[in-house]
Write a protein that binds this ligand. Structure first.
Ligand SMILES: Cc1cc2nc3c(=O)[nH]c(=O)nc-3n(C[C@H](O)[C@H](O)[C@H](O)COP(=O)(O)O)c2cc1C
Length: 309
């Protein structure tokens, strides 16, 4: 399909990870943040924030722990946050009790944050820059919560770098439109349509095998599974977890780590949990039963990893 020339910015989009060592032109930072704030937002609430990283040492360190070196070298680096903390403050200021809607907070605050940050990226691209979203921050979530001093109700979603490109990567392919645009009802892709998608995406990979690339992230033992437990922990500590539905998964994890029993009790204002098996036990404490169990399981998993290696 030939695109309408007014949509040129989308034709030129490519993720860039190598930047010239220059600053944004004067006034451009304000322009792109303005564009971010023009994004639509659920219920007028604006459930997002950005932390702009300007301290070089902090940028270096976050780039290292997130495994994305361009976070240190881009003209601008942001951490994109889902944020219901400010909303809570607004309501409490006027005497309203903040509701209990942690699952909806994940849904709408992340949606808001993504819309605002993507506006920011498109605005930057319209001004002649390029950028990169960074999910790699999930490898350093607990650390980010600490160093950025994120209060409850604030959850990092991703990083975003913006700068003047010092590389021209190819425009990367996409799967066929028929698989993403459905009419009136969902069309489950056939095997042959999936094969076509794999062929279309093959050039994005070094070995011409997109399924293999995807498997490194999404298959058993991939990056996503590795991030899962910490993400759940940080979601819980930041007030975003829909905790009760997680308990079955948590107990399944204790079994996987070789522990058959899970004990929990309240001591003062804290909860203590143990995962037990005949030869050893591991404890954890937390401000909720969920956090206590999770901390106990993390200890047990560390121990299991030591035994297995
Ligand atoms: C939520 C999200 C997280 C991403 N995380 C990373 C990342 O950690 N590191 C990176 O180099 N690229 C990252 N990317 C960029 C994607 O790899 C890139 O968008 C994809 O390969 C398609 O390429 P294109 O944007 O050039 O079309 C991320 C993109 C998104 C939307």
């Amino acid at each position: 399909m030939t695109h309408d020339p007014r949509l040129e910015v989308f034709a030129n989009h490519r993720t860039v990870r190598k930047y010239k060592a220059v600053s944004l032109e004067p006034g451009h930072l304000e322009q792109i943040v303005w564009a971010a704030q023009r994004a639509p937002t659920d219920a007028t609430a604006q459930m997002y924030s950005f932390v702009r990283l300007t301290n070089p040492a902090l940028r270096e360190e976050i780039a290292r722990v997130s495994n994305n070196p361009h976070m240190a070298t881009a003209s601008e680096t942001f951490i994109v946050l889902a944020d219901v903390n400010r909303l809570k403050g607004l309501l409490e200021l006027k005497g309203y009790d903040f509701g209990n809607w942690s699952a909806a907070a994940i849904h709408f605050a992340i949606g808001d944050a993504v819309m605002a940050a993507q506006n920011m990226l498109v605005a930057a691209e319209l001004l002649g820059y390029q950028g990169c979203w960074i999910g790699g921050i999930l490898g350093a979530l607990e650390h980010l919560v600490e160093v950025l001093e994120l209060p409850e109700g604030v959850l990092p979603f991703a990083g975003l770098t913006i700068g003047v490109p010092d590389e021209t990567p190819p425009v990367r392919p996409r799967i066929q439109t028929e698989l993403v645009l459905h009419e009136n009802k969902y069309h489950k892709p056939t095997e042959s349509e999936l094969e076509t998608a794999l062929e279309r995406m093959a050039p994005i990979t070094a070995r011409g095998d997109w399924a293999q690339t995807l498997s490194r992230y999404f298959a058993v033992g991939g990056t996503m599974e590795a991030r899962e437990i910490t993400l759940r922990k940080v979601m819980a500590s930041q007030g975003f977890a829909h905790v009760s539905s997680d308990l079955n998964a948590l107990f399944a994890r204790t079994l996987e780590a070789g522990y058959a029993e899970l004990l929990i009790r309240k001591v003062g204002s804290e909860y203590q949990a143990w995962v037990d098996r005949p030869d050893r036990a591991h404890g954890g404490t937390g401000s909720s039963p969920y956090m206590a169990i999770l901390n106990a399981i993390l200890e047990a998993e560390k121990d299991t990893a030591t035994i297995n290696h």
